[in-house]
Design a protein around this ligand. Structure first.
Ligand code: SAH
Length: 353
């Protein structure tokens, strides 16, 4: 039975499904989920990410965190954690670059939070030179300073969508009609969690909310507030999202999110305002475009140094990768960076308080 048939049978038995439930099922179903069954990255896959585009991304992220670790007194030991490490490329590039900061790699206990068995295997291969521990969530981390990386992780967190009607909200559900999955709307109800959105929306507007976001961010912030450290979070989205940003990608093309459950990547823009508000126990940096962040960290001189050893197609690809990471028409502006850091401290290099 396909995942689509599973979902249809469930809806027929239990009624319309919440969108966050649908997303979680599609992405993380234990045997038929998108991430659980495949390695979706690269040109032959469904999408690519900044660390897969160029080694420079992970190098600069690693150096920014290592400098922050050094500025906080080089704590030893500390947790170096990544949420959703994909192929492990970012962590490998970060560790290689940060090895230049004396003591950093030796003091790091590496923790990878990964739900997909297929990607856990892939991460073990990429990071075979390092000792690391796979964990299901951050509860498993020891009480010690936490330096955390998350690139394109928060966009995979399941969301709910609500359409405004008067002062109430109608939740968008996934239902079944004539054997097909369709979107529908539940009855209008008050949503206390969306009270602050009554000021900037009108009837018919759609807003999104992730119930998983706030507890996770609060957990990261609390650990950083208590034990020290910093979190660097990179994703696409903006300070306050409005409208439907649910997106399904398959073979680098946008497809209907209901078309092939478990066969396409499902994501939504990250609401950086909700993220920052959840980080109550520590400070957060300004939300900064990825292109600006990388250029402040010295992307261009790094790109020039690497270009000196390249020619032909490899050189052209390298130049295209630099542009792709930073140009406002590509990833430079759509992707944003925010850091969490101890109250009264300094944000990691590349970011402003
Ligand atoms: N950071 C990587 C991969 C981004 S894709 C990169 O930049 O290339 C999203 C990653 O998050 C995948 O590794 C996916 O398996 C993982 N993931 C998605 N939802 C998750 C969850 N709820 N818990 C743990 N890992 C999750």
């Amino acid at each position: 039975m396909s995942l689509r048939d599973d979902i249809i049978a469930r809806i027929q038995a239990e009624g319309p499904m919440r969108l966050d439930d649908y997303m979680t099922t599609c992405l993380l179903h234990p045997t038929k989920g998108y991430y659980t069954t495949r390695d979706p990255f690269g040109t032959a896959g469904d999408f690519t990410t900044a660390p897969e585009i160029s080694q420079m991304f992970g190098e600069l992220v690693g150096l920014s965190l290592a400098q922050t670790w050094f500025d906080q007194g080089a704590p030893n030991p500390f947790s170096l954690a990544e949420l959703g490490p994909g192929r492990g490329t970012l962590m490998a590039d970060a560790l290689r670059a940060a090895a230049r900061v004396p003591g950093f790699v030796e003091a790091a206990q590496i923790f990878l939070v990964e739900a997909s068995p297929a990607l856990r295997d892939r991460q073990k291969e990429t990071l075979s030179a390092h000792r690391m521990t796979h964990v299901d969530d951050l509860d498993a981390l020891p009480k010690q300073p936490l330096f955390l990386i998350a690139n394109e992780f928060f966009d995979a967190l399941p969301i709910r969508q609500f359409v405004r009607e008067g002062t109430g909200w109608r939740e968008r559900h996934v239902g079944v009609k004539k054997g097909q999955l369709i979107f529908g709307l539940g009855p209008a109800q008050p949503q206390p969690a969306l009270a602050d959105r009554l000021g900037d929306t009108r009837d018919g507007d759609l807003v999104e909310a992730s119930s998983a976001l706030a507890p996770l961010v609060a957990q990261i912030a609390d650990q950083i507030a208590r034990d020290g450290g910093a979190a660097l979070i990179v994703d696409y989205g903006d300070w306050r999202t409005l409208g439907d940003t649910l997106q399904a990608l398959r073979a680098h093309e946008k497809v209907d999110p209901l078309a092939g459950p478990g066969e396409a990547d499902l994501t939504a823009h990250v609401d950086f305002e909700a993220l920052a508000q959840a980080a109550k126990s520590c400070d957060f940096s300004r939300v900064t475009p990825q292109g600006v962040f990388l250029e402040r960290l010295g992307l261009t001189p790094r790109a020039q140094a690497l270009a000196a050893g390249l020619e032909g197609d490899a050189l052209n690809e390298h130049i295209a990768a630099h542009r792709r990471l930073t140009h406002p028409d590509e990833m430079g502006n759509l992707f944003k960076v925010i850091a969490l850091y101890p109250t009264g401290g300094h944000p990691p290099p590349g970011l402003e308080p």
